[in-house]
Write a protein that binds this ligand. Structure first.
Ligand code: ADP
Ligand code: AMP
Length: 216
């Protein structure tokens, strides 16, 4: 199964991806995570990407298309994958169509997660993750059961992304509306778009997504 989670930054794509992976055994491919790893490793791609990421802009299509083209060749993608944060432009969507066609693969569904901009700012500025196991939390919506202690691994260290600040979030949302929202009519025309209400609580969104995936 090949699935795209499409939605603005903070819509809950990563949160739901973790659940879908666990339930359907799909590999989670997040271009944002791959780019952050490249930045942390100081690779050439990381150096090129960093200035765009810090400014809340998109890195070039060429960079992310190359990353995804390489990644989906790996063995663990054989049984399907879940794309999160890719594609983000019509050019990326067209490149993905070609990549899949060359491999005789079919995109099963694009799940749009709809969330109001005001909630997105709150979600992103409150987001933090466990520094050890990467479990995601929120200052008010998803706190660890014991304050300051990760539920999954017991670590007391947490990270906040450098681009999860108010100013960059505003820029990332503007980028989403200008460059990524045009993918909605693109995938609607292809007959693969399904929309879920991302304003609902995390468990409810998971149920809505499961309703879509379980009938594929
Ligand atoms: P994305 O991957 O789309 O950028 P995340 O999954 O990282 O978004 O979610 C952003 C923040 O919002 C996280 O702190 C997460 O805990 C929180 N969050 C995710 N889904 C919901 C929801 N349905 N309601 C409230 N908060 C949510
Ligand atoms: P994310 O983790 O999905 O919020 O992405 C973090 C940042 O990485 C974005 O603000 C972009 O700068 C960059 N990025 C991630 N995925 C893409 C993509 N598909 N195209 C262009 N830039 C991307």
């Amino acid at each position: 199964m090949i699935v795209i989670l499409l939605g603005p930054p903070g819509a809950g794509k990563g949160t739901q991806a973790a659940r879908i992976m666990a339930r359907y055994g799909l590999v989670h491919l997040s271009t944002g995570e791959m780019l952050r790893a490249a930045v942390a490793a100081g690779t050439e791609v990381g150096r090129k990407a960093r200035k765009f990421m810090d400014a809340g802009k998109l890195v070039t299509d060429e960079i992310v298309i190359d990353i995804i083209a390489d990644r989906i060749e790996a063995d663990d993608c054989r049984n399907g994958f879940l794309l999160d944060g890719f594609p983000r432009t019509v050019g990326q969507a067209e490149a993905l169509d070609k990549l899949l066609k060359n491999k005789n693969l079919k995109l099963d569904v694009v799940i749009e997660m709809e969330v109001d901009d005001d909630s997105l700012v709150d979600r992103i500025t409150g987001r933090h993750t466990c520094a050890v196991c990467n479990q995601s939390y929120h200052d008010t919506h998803l706190k660890p059961q014991n304050a300051g202690v990760c539920d999954s691994c017991g670590s007391t260290n947490f990270n906040r992304r450098s681009d999860d600040n108010h100013e960059t979030v505003i820029s990332r949302l503007a980028t989403y509306h200008a460059q990524t929202a045009p993918l909605l009519p693109y995938y609607s025309k292809h007959g693969v778009l399904r929309t879920v209400n991302g304003m609902a609580d995390i468990d409810d969104v998971a149920v809505q997504i499961n309703d879509v995936l379980s009938v594929l």
